[in-house]
Design a protein around this ligand. Sequence first.
Ligand SMILES: Cc1ncc(COP(=O)(O)O)c(C=O)c1O
Length: 374
Amino acid sequence: MSLFNVYPLFDITPVSAKGLFVFDNNGNNYLDLYGGHAVISIGHSHPEYTNAISEQVRKLGFYSNSIKNPLQEDLATKIKELSGCENYQLFLCNSGAEANENALKLASFHTGKSKVLAFENGFHGRTSAAVAATDNAKIIAPINAQQKVDFVKLGDLTAVETVLKKNETCAIIIECIQGVGGLDESTTAFYKGLERLSKEYNTILIADEVQSGFGRTGDFFAFQKHKINPDIISMAKGMGNGFPVGGILIDEKIKASFGLLGTTFGGNHLACAASLAVLKVIENDNLIENANSISNYFKEKAQSLPKLKKVKGRGLMLGLEFDFPIAPLREALIYKHHIFTGSSKNPNVLRILPPLTIQEKHIDQFFEALHEEL
Ligand SMILES: Cc1ncc(COP(=O)(O)O)c(C=O)c1O
């Protein structure tokens, strides 16, 4: 049986990984500045993480959400402690798209409205409402297009208000820093304006932190830099360091009732053990501080790069915007220098999304390779 051919593949077969490095079946090691698409937060095969999952699977790998699972409570407590987000409730699922799908459903249940306001160049996943709110016509099937979405330019508060005034919008969904779109971010005035307008027009503000959450930007959540309180916060990627886990933090004003949301696998014992281990390492190894200091080091070093237009992003959610398409450079970095990086919708932006455990010596290795290629 052949595989459904939806992924253009690099000709590399990893067989193991440790810390910042991925090892292939020919004995080559690759510096991972891509983190498996912003997923690897505490480094590959961290002992705290592998032990936690191994121990948990020996005890109890899975049982359904019809029984008590204190690990879910522990996870809620720890997320609150590390993020400082007070007065939220936690619902667990399995992926980023699912997190956003549940967030949009809740917004619609809560407000009784059905339209969504999303932003140009945003990406929210591939499930029904989430993909409809994603600004990419190629991945929206007719069945998804039934969901009505207004797309507005990032930063255009006047356009947001024009849409909200119609009183049909249940949710505004936004990535505070756009990931797939190419690392654009608006101003604090804009995000604060969104918070104000969402209250004024009875709309739920959803912060999509699937990529930017769990310390990646140098804050626990990217929106925290702008001092706003979204009604729902969606999370996934870095939350499990590779174990599939997602979730939403839901403002206390949104009330739960039995059966309103549900999932078979969401919040299972293994997923909780994985995510608790991630949070323990983020805390004990001061990884948010590390994200900030390595980010500064990276930005300083980038100043000396030729052909660079701009360094984008913050923390360890970074982009290098050049004055040329980066695809051949990215290939050279992979095949010649054995360094994984990412691309984006903007063809000139090379994306850097390493594990938060990265050190200066890894950044030096990357810039040596870049100087050679440029
Ligand atoms: C901001 C954002 N939201 C949602 C998603 C979808 O997450 P998943 O692929 O886990 O469904 C992604 C994935 O890249 C993302 O970057």
